[in-house]
Design a protein around this ligand. Structure first.
Ligand code: ZN
Length: 139
């Protein structure tokens, strides 16, 4: 069995944002040379997510509004977590609901997606460099 580990780095200039990272993950799969296997993609931070859904701008706006309704950023005093002096209590909750990682099958050297599936990085406490791990195993 072969394995391949890569890190992707992102810096979102705002507090929150979404990026379609499918092209970067496809590049990792292609560089790994693995034709049949599994590809794990996970955020290495507790205030950002990796998830799979449709690449559609209306949906990204819907996520932003839905997550702000569920866990509004302000007032920051509403979160016990922020009593530590942080201001990202909302970002921990947003990450929880949007998830930590995805696993995609690799078939014939390609990510074996369902219809319209794309991989996204969701940032909930941005303005700094953050990492995503890509681990590929197979043959
Ligand atoms: Zn925190």
């Amino acid at each position: 069995m072969k394995s391949c580990r890569k890190e992707l780095w992102f810096e979102i200039p705002k507090r929150r944002g979404f990026i379609n990272i499918t092209p970067q993950v496809e590049k990792c799969v292609s560089e790994s040379g693995i034709k049949e296997g599994l590809c794990l993609v996970n955020s290495m931070h507790i205030t950002s997510s990796v998830y799979i859904n449709d690449n559609e701008s209306g949906l990204l706006q819907d996520y932003e509004e839905w997550l702000e309704e569920l866990a509004p950023h302000a007032p920051i005093s509403q979160y016990m977590h922020n009593r530590t002096g942080e201001d990202n209590g909302d970002a921990h909750l947003k990450r929880q609901i949007m998830g930590r990682e995805v696993v995609v099958a690799i078939t014939n050297g390609k990510l074996d997606f369902g219809t319209w599936e794309q991989i996204f990085y969701g940032e909930f406490d941005g303005k700094r460099r953050k990492r995503v791990l890509v681990k590929i195993i197979g043959e």
